[in-house]
Design a protein around this ligand. Structure first.
Ligand SMILES: *Cc1c(COP(=O)(O)O)cnc(C)c1O
Length: 241
């Protein structure tokens, strides 16, 4: 077994244990493999080990990698799903709308409107999560919690987008209880928006919370999608990317 395949197996075991501890079915938590800074070879190794959903932060790096995977393993590439989990500046919305299946980092209506306008007609709607700033740093990206419902209801009206849920990237904290507390705030907001409902919110079913260091706390709080990078691919070297 490759290193990546055995690391994937360990991450699946962590997810299963966390689901058991939370009395949740393991099928209710999807694993997103965060392949930023790693090459197409790493994506292909993970895909050959059964992984299907990949997350990328840097748009240009991702577009080149997606093309390389398609060139190397065209059949397998058709089964993969690409999620944008990095910041989306206005000048990058077209690349995101054309190349990705999901985007987790929408935090303003203007970005959503551009993505909807630029999503090609031949593709299914772009699946969208709103990034929420649950731990409150004024300089952080993410919509403020008290503005999230209005943004959700506006994004839900855009024709080429499908609003799927919320995403959070809290600052790292060591302690399990503190990790749970901040993820719980995202969960409460998710529940409030789901309860408010409305047109375009029929598939509001995704809570994108948790990374390598805090996936257990995120699952305890109700995450339905954990984003794991170093736990699968190893430590990142930004200098080399
Ligand atoms: C890099 C990144 C991850 C993965 O982080 P790890 O700690 O390597 O698991 C998850 N989500 C986002 C938004 C990231 O930027």
């Amino acid at each position: 077994m490759t290193t990546i395949a055995s690391a994937l197996q360990l991450v699946h075991q962590r997810i299963e244990r966390a689901c058991n501890a939370a009395a949740r079915p393991a099928a209710g938590v999807q694993l997103l493999a965060v392949s930023k800074t790693f090459g197409a070879d790493a994506v292909i190794a993970a895909a050959e080990a059964g992984q299907r959903a990949f997350g990328e932060n840097y748009i240009q790096e991702a577009v080149a990698k997606i093309a390389a995977v398609q060139a190397h393993v065209p059949q397998l590439a058709r089964q993969l799903q690409w999620h944008c989990i990095g910041p989306v500046q206005s000048n990058k919305t077209r690349l995101v709308a054309v190349h990705f299946d999901w985007v987790h980092t929408v935090d303003r209506l203007k970005t959503a409107e551009r993505l909807s306008a630029q999503r090609p007609d031949g593709l299914p709607p772009l699946q969208v999560c709103l990034q929420v700033n649950v731990d409150g740093g004024a300089t952080k990206s993410g919509v403020a919690p008290d503005a999230a419902l209005a943004l959700a209801q506006a994004v839900a009206q855009l024709p080429r987008l499908q609003l799927r849920g919320l995403m959070g990237i809290p600052d790292p904290v060591e302690d399990f209880a503190a990790q749970c507390a901040v993820h719980q705030r995202a969960r409460a907001l998710f529940d409030a928006i789901a309860a408010a409902g409305g047109s375009g919110l029929e598939r509001f079913d995704t809570l994108s919370l948790g990374m390598t260091a805090d996936l257990e706390a995120a699952i305890a709080a109700g995450s339905t999608l954990v984003r794991v990078g170093s736990g699968i691919f190893g430590a990142r070297s930004y200098a080399a990317s």
